[in-house]
Write a protein that binds this ligand. Structure first.
Ligand SMILES: C[S@@+](CC[C@H](N)C(=O)[O-])C[C@H]1O[C@@H](n2cnc3c(N)ncnc32)[C@H](O)[C@@H]1O
Length: 247
């Protein structure tokens, strides 16, 4: 297992980033409110996506030896995926919103997850050595990062040969098949970015991952998450991107 030490100084950097901001709705309050909403308002979504998470994570994580494996999760949030991870797994977490931790840390304890925070963003994973993690997970995060392509290149770099990147992301609706949904997403995208902490409704994340040359193979499924309450985030992709094995 790779040993990572989160220094107190690095933790302070994350706190300062989270509390900067000006105006009537200071950044820290928006971040705090978003963390609260992710913890308390996602039950409908989590129930609807449960079959997809169960199938994806059990197929690709069950073979991990928890005594020697490390999983990196980008945009950890409140730890919504811990229930699907093998107990005892070591999880490296990248989560710039420090207000998520009050929810993620007790959840990690409940699921016997060994959690280590890295005080950085998914675009800046230099703290993680090349070819050092067995799996990377991103759920509902590539919609929010500043530079998805840079993130994908970092993921490919830190994965061990043969390692897997597991993803479940909401995406832009197909304009041919769902023109009204696509139009509504485009119209409301600027508002979504404000109310949902930088989340974009119109990203073609599945196509982006499939097009990246940093992976040896990418399997992507496109689907609608059932449930009308999910509205503009119902178009989804899920899948696995494989780093080339050695030899
Ligand atoms: C919609 S939430 C999803 C949280 C969690 N993955 C889930 O499925 O519930 C998006 C998360 O990505 C985080 N995030 C935003 N920008 C990021 C970045 N550049 N690097 C890593 N995480 C980021 C946010 O703080 C937030 O916790």
């Amino acid at each position: 297992m790779v040993a990572f030490v989160q220094t107190q100084a690095a933790g302070v950097v994350a706190e300062e980033q989270a509390s900067s901001g000006v105006g009537l709705f200071p950044f820290s309050w928006r971040k705090r409110a978003f963390a609260y909403a992710m913890e308390h308002d996602m039950d409908t979504y989590e129930s609807a996506i449960e079959p997809v998470k169960s199938a994806l994570f059990s197929a690709h994580l069950k073979a991990l030896d928890v005594t020697s494996s490390t999983l990196l999760e980008i945009g950890l949030g409140t730890g919504a995926n811990f229930a699907y991870y093998p107990r005892g797994l070591h999880v490296l977490a990248v989560e710039p919103n420090v207000h998520m931790r009050q929810y993620a840390e007790p959840r990690a304890r409940r699921h016997a997850i060994h959690l280590t925070y890295l005080a950085t963003t998914a675009e800046n994973l230099q703290i993680v050595p090349d070819a050092s993690v067995d799996a990377v997970v991103s759920t509902l995060t590539l919609c929010s990062v500043d530079d998805p392509r840079a993130v994908l290149n970092q993921i490919a770099r830190v994965l061990k040969p043969g390692g897997r990147f597991l993803f479940i992301e909401h995406v832009c609706a197909d304009p041919q098949q769902h023109p009204w949904m696509n139009l509504a997403q485009r119209a409301l995208d600027p508002l979504q970015q404000i109310v949902a902490d930088g989340c974009h409704l119109c990203r073609g994340t599945g196509d982006l991952i499939a097009a990246e040359r940093c992976f040896a193979r990418v399997d992507v499924s496109r689907f609608q998450v059932p449930g009308s309450a999910l509205g503009l985030i119902s178009p989804h992709v899920s899948g696995v991107a494989y780093k080339k094995a050695e030899g």
